[in-house]
Write a protein that binds this ligand. Structure first.
Ligand code: HEM
Length: 394
């Protein structure tokens, strides 16, 4: 038993996980954390092994996600069932759709950017509504109100991070999933008869034999999972902006050449990975880095730590948009890697582009410090900036 690992608590990880990850990589890269009742895997190669060795580590096990979304969402199934759901919607998020994602995001973002003042908190006043509006159009759900979409995603994400099992948080997430089912099921019934090219329609029809559809019950957990990710691009954009504002020389490079934003987004997903750790269950006793992880154990593949692995990255704790080459696990790895991975960078870049076009002199507000918390999900709960526009009194 490693004494340091034995002492680690959720609270310590939540406030600043990176020094803990660094020490685990050095001293105990595959280790049981007894207080958390889970195994942590912190080095690059081992994390990739956990995420790709499906015979030993599975994502299909009962969890907060299966309770809240329903069983058998795309993330919680393996093999043919996973391939079937993924194939139904992969084309909707493919590289060919980057231009469309960019255009929709820019259109959605402009009105929110033009209303901003230094009084506003940037996550809730800009990134979250702009990203949710853009995604609603992108997946073909434009009639649901943006506030509802944001509330849904917020409640579902809170439920997914509810490791301390606060019953109020859990009930709210469960009630949100029920509300989504009730709101979406009429459209699902309509779309089952008349395909319309939306993601919902693709989940129902795509790849099915003629005259047959998947049932609403079958696809709803995946659809709810997709809705739960609606604030993720906002999280990525907030973290990228925070990193840039903390590194003024790199921010200036971007002001001089906005095409560099995509590199900044990529580097921010490594440096401050919003999804810090991905859960799996050991299907059998599994040997990893000299340790035997027993069958049935919960295993955390800590992508946030892999992104700081000294054997892969020079000076890994430094944010550097010019890293080359710059591999990245921020959007996951192997079969379950993020469904939206091909378009997410473009969505985040468009959110930042529009913001910096309209407010080129943004700076962090030293009187209202940002709040960054969490390790499985690293969440930026507030980001206050000075817009730098004297005409608006800031
Ligand atoms: C910055 C934004 C995002 C980040 C950092 C992110 C990150 C991730 C990661 C790390 C995984 C792997 C989970 C695992 O293996 O356990 C994942 C999976 C997934 N993501 Fe994202 N994501 C983002 C945006 C989105 C968006 C916008 C959507 C949909 C609208 C989405 C939908 C999904 C789905 C459905 C999966 C499960 C895929 C599967 O199991 O095959 N994500 N995401």
């Amino acid at each position: 038993m490693n004494d340091f690992a034995a002492s680690i608590t959720f609270d310590q990880l939540g406030s600043d996980p990176y020094p803990i990850f660094a020490r685990l990589r050095r001293e105990a890269p595959v280790v049981l954390l007894p207080k958390l009742d889970l195994w942590m895997v912190t080095r690059w190669d081992d994390v990739r092994q956990v995420l790709s060795a499906y015979e030993s580590y599975t994502s299909a096990f009962p969890s907060l996600a299966t309770q809240i979304f329903g069983e058998r969402s795309v993330l919680k199934v393996e093999g043919d069932a996973h391939a079937d759901l993924r194939a139904a919607v992969d084309t909707r998020f493919a590289h060919e759709r980057i231009e469309r994602a960019t255009t929709l995001t820019r259109e959605a973002a402009r009105p929110y950017a033009s209303k901003l003042s230094s009084r506003d908190e940037l996550m809730s006043s800009y990134f979250e509504p702009a990203a949710s509006t853009a995604l609603a159009h992108f997946i073909g759900l434009p009639d649901v109100d943006t506030d509802a979409l944001m509330r849904w995603a917020r409640n579902l994400s809170a439920g997914m991070s509810n490791f301390m099992t606060d019953p109020a948080v859990h009930e709210q997430a469960m009630a949100t999933a029920t509300e989504i089912r009730q709101t979406i099921e009429p459209s699902a019934r309509q779309t089952a008869d008349r395909p319309d090219g939306s993601v919902l329609s693709q989940l129902l029809h795509s790849g099915c034999p003629p005259d047959s559809v998947r049932s609403a019950e079958h696809i709803m957990p995946t659809f709810i999972e997709i809705l739960s990710a609606f604030l993720e691009p906002a999280a990525g954009a907030g973290l990228t902006l925070l990193a840039l504002l903390q590194h003024p020389t790199q921010m200036q490079a971007i002001r001089d050449d906005p095409r560099l934003i995509r590199k900044a987004v990529h580097e921010a997903l490594r440096w401050l990975s919003p999804n810090g750790a991905l859960s799996r269950r050991a299907t059998k006793d599994a040997l990893l880095a000299g340790q035997i992880i027993p069958a049935g154990a919960t295993v955390m593949a800590v992508i946030a730590s892999a992104g700081r692995d000294e054997s892969i990255f020079t000076d890994p704790d430094t944010f550097d948009i010019n890293r080359n080459p710059s591999p990245n696990l921020g959007l996951g790895y192997s079969r379950h890697a993020c469904l939206a991975a091909p378009v997410v960078g473009a969505i985040i870049a468009a959110l930042l582009d529009v913001l910096l076009e309209q407010h080129p002199r943004l700076s962090l507000d030293p009187r209202r410090p940002h709040n960054l918390h969490g390790w499985k999900f690293r969440v930026l709960t507030n980001l206050h900036v000075r817009i730098g526009d004297p005409a608006r009194g800031s």
